[in-house]
Design a binder for this molecule. Structure first.
Ligand SMILES: [Zn+2]
Length: 251
């Protein structure tokens, strides 16, 4: 793999204290979906060597400003992906349906990322809105992130059929796989099948590096070069272990 590792920040929308964003029958909560989708995407991307950072990892409330701060603190972040599901109408069911992606405005890397996502979502047979790429300069996380940013609206939880689909693990995995393919396309990383029996060590090493970079434990030199084939001194090893222990609250 290239030593210039690609970095993606996933932003699961809302938090466990959010009661408003749910299906009219209360069977589906957007905050639960967004975190589960982020975890699925994290696995698909990390397995393919991408360093992933999540803006929240549990039900805790994280302000929009904090989410942007997390993203903006990641050096050379390649893409920020905020994950949501959509709503329409009042408190009842609505006919509005379909996947869409929001970006700040047309053009540039964010447009390319949105198009790569859209193409893969369409290819997976997922229903998309008639205008699937929406420009919205008002959305906070699109406005205040430095890296190219997209916000996915993964269908309407106010649509009876889509709410049922969004609640299903199999549909979530299909969505996550389509979006992971789109993100990898954008990053210029070929889609590869999960680690096989023949090359367990290399795949595991790629995943391990991506995980450690995502945690901020492995940082490379001042130029961001991870120097993966260079030997490590005992002092560097101690720092790596210390950062890992810190990350898990052991020191
Ligand atoms: Zn939302």
């Amino acid at each position: 793999m290239s030593e210039k590792i690609k970095r993606v920040c996933l932003d699961p929308g809302h938090d466990a204290g959010n009661e408003a964003n749910k299906s009219p029958d209360g069977s589906y909560y957007e905050h639960e979906f967004t975190l589960d989708m982020a975890r699925r995407l994290e696995k698909l991307l990390t397995d393919r060597g991408v360093a992933v950072t999540l803006t929240r990892t549990g039900g805790e409330a994280v302000s929009l400003a904090k989410r942007c701060e997390i993203a903006n603190s990641i050096p050379d972040l390649d893409l920020f992906v905020s994950i949501h599901s959509n709503a329409a109408g009042g408190s009842g069911w609505s006919d509005a349906r379909g996947w869409s992606v929001y970006i700040y405005g047309p053009g540039g890397d964010r447009q390319r990322a949105a198009e790569d996502l859209l193409q893969q979502v369409r290819a997976a047979g997922i229903a998309v809105r008639s205008t699937p790429i929406v420009y919205d300069p008002e959305l906070y996380v699109l406005r205040h992130t430095v890296a190219p940013a997209v916000l996915t609206e993964n269908g309407f939880h106010t649509n009876r059929e889509e709410a049922a689909l969004l609640g299903k693990a199999s549909y979530r995995q299909k969505l996550a796989e389509a979006e992971a393919r789109g993100i990898l396309e954008y990053l210029g990383i070929p889609w590869s099948e999960p680690p096989g029996e023949e090359t367990p060590y290399q795949e595991e090493a790629d995943a391990a590096v991506a995980w450690l970079v995502g945690l901020g434990v492995l940082r490379g030199n001042a130029q961001g070069d991870l120097m993966l084939d260079q030997p490590v001194t005992r002092r560097q090893l101690a720092v790596i272990l210390y950062r890992l222990a810190q990350r898990y609250g052991a020191v």
